[in-house]
Design a protein around this ligand. Structure first.
Ligand SMILES: Cc1cc2nc3c(=O)[nH]c(=O)nc-3n(C[C@H](O)[C@H](O)[C@H](O)COP(=O)(O)OP(=O)(O)OC[C@H]3O[C@@H](n4cnc5c(N)ncnc54)[C@H](O)[C@@H]3O)c2cc1C
Length: 407
């Protein structure tokens, strides 16, 4: 039976407002498409706000000595983001703060030769520089430090400012429905019913693009679909706050092929620095309780930074999952993924797999939209829908709220 609901037609509907969806809506609007982004909770939502904000050219994948296709695909990304930060790229990021450029890679005693060999490789030459004495960040500039420190030509962004910047660029197109009901008709055409304060509204579009991270699987299941399949990789990030900490951004090289520790630093409201810790510590931490991870983190930091005072430090942890397209043997995917769905004519499903690759995911989506000869038609659908729906709030970053009760 045909629906009797009021219908709004758009060129494109993006579902999910992490960095992937926000980057995409920026590109679609600049290209003149009648497009909206629907976010069910808060902009910057889950993985994006929990990320360490590193925009990297893949050097850390060279730690194993295997610079594969992933590194090649990533290599151009830092430069592309830099163009956006200076206002000369495809998305205007002049209001986004870069927290540290460059990032550093350091080795502990005995591993220096391995780092040197890797960084001297043809693929990485010119993208790093050895730092000595006072050039080193303060936490690594200590007489007891044994090892080598390199500056990598990557950058690290303040994610709350990135999400605010991308959101304000797309003002008017970011909407928060109370509920989204997806439907698929006998031709395989997708449409949606949105619950709005004014009642139910049917929304049709030439393409629906899911960029809902872990939520992609639930959206697909509403349509009775299990493909494209998704995998999640759990992490437990550790946060440590202390008035003795000074900022540090980068990776500590361990014996394995992944960074032993990845550190980003953020200012708490009271002026203290918070170290947000990932890498191998967070990967093994996914199997640990909060208390076990804190014990492990304390031992790790006491070993790596015995000259720092950890007595007064406060500890928090965050369990979070990376969401990605399913890989063989749950390996890490190599690049951004955008997949069409054979049973649905109008559906695309995307995972950037890395914050760094959000621009690449948007390239893939725009190429697909153009291949389907979908032409921009203005803003009538967006204007009709945004009179019915509120704007989603901006999410908080974990370190902004984790220590609140400790104030
Ligand atoms: C701890 C951690 C550290 C990381 N560090 C880095 C890093 O330093 N560099 C890097 O390049 N990558 C990093 N990553 C990976 C990167 O964060 C992710 O690949 C990227 O942020 C994914 O973005 P996204 O927009 O696809 O997903 P998300 O950020 O998860 O956003 C998905 C959004 O969809 C919304 N949503 C879900 N379901 C629905 C629904 N039904 N309807 C409407 N909206 C919905 C959610 O509320 C959320 O806002 C890290 C990931 C983690 C977990």
């Amino acid at each position: 039976m045909a629906s009797t609901l009021p219908v709004i037609e758009l060129d494109l509907v993006v579902v999910g407002g992490g960095v992937a969806g926000l980057w995409l809506i920026n590109r679609l609007r600049s290209a003149g498409y009648d497009a909206v982004l629907l976010e069910s909770r808060a902009l910057g939502g889950e993985q994006s706000m929990a990320s360490q904000g590193m925009i990297h050219g893949g050097i850390k994948y060279g730690l194993s000595g295997q610079l594969g296709a992933a590194s090649q695909a990533l290599a151009e990304m830092p430069e592309r983001w830099r163009r956006c930060l200076s206002g000369n790229g495809e998305v205007d990021l002049r209001h986004t703060n870069a927290l540290s450029e460059p990032l550093c890679l350091w080795s502990t005693g005995g591993l220096g030769a391995r780092v040197q060999t890797m960084l001297a490789s043809r693929a990485l030459r010119g993208r790093n520089q050895r730092l000595i004495d006072d050039q080193r960040p303060q936490p690594l500039n200590h007489p007891q430090f044994r090892g080598a420190v390199y500056a990598l030509s990557d950058l690290l962004l303040d994610i709350p400012s990135l999400v605010a910047n991308l959101s304000s660029n797309a003002h008017g197109a970011l909407l928060r429905p109370t509920n989204i009901r997806l439907k698929r008709d006998h031709n395989g055409d997708v449409s949606m019913e949105l619950e709005t304060p004014a009642g139910l509204q049917e929304v049709r579009a030439r393409r629906f693009i899911f960029t809902a991270g872990q939520g992609n699987a639930d959206l697909l299941s509403q349509l009775g679909l299990t493909q494209p399949a998704m995998q999640t990789r759990p992490l437990r990030q550790l946060m440590v706050k202390s008035r003795h900490l000074r900022p540090l951004f980068g990776h500590c090289l361990g014996k394995g092929s992944r960074p032993r520790l990845t550190v980003s630093s953020h200012r708490a409201c009271d002026g203290d620095w918070i170290w947000y810790l990932g890498g191998e510590l967070a990967e093994t931490g996914a199997q640990l309780s909060h208390t076990e991870l804190v014990t492990q983190g304390q031992a790790e930091l006491a070993q790596l930074f015995p000259w720092l005072d950890w007595q007064q430090a406060q500890w928090r942890s965050l369990f979070v999952q990376r969401a990605e397209p399913l890989q063989n043997n749950t390996q890490r995917p190599e690049g951004a993924s955008l997949q069409s769905v054979p049973e649905c004519n109008k559906l695309l499903v995307g995972w950037p797999t890395k914050l760094t690759l959000a621009p690449h995911l948007a390239d893939l989506a725009l190429a697909e939209v153009r291949r389907a000869e979908i032409l921009p038609t203005g803003t009538a659908g967006c204007r009709a829908l945004n009179t019915h729906l509120p704007v989603p709030p901006l999410a908080d970053a974990p370190w902004q709220t984790a220590f609140e009760e400790a104030k």
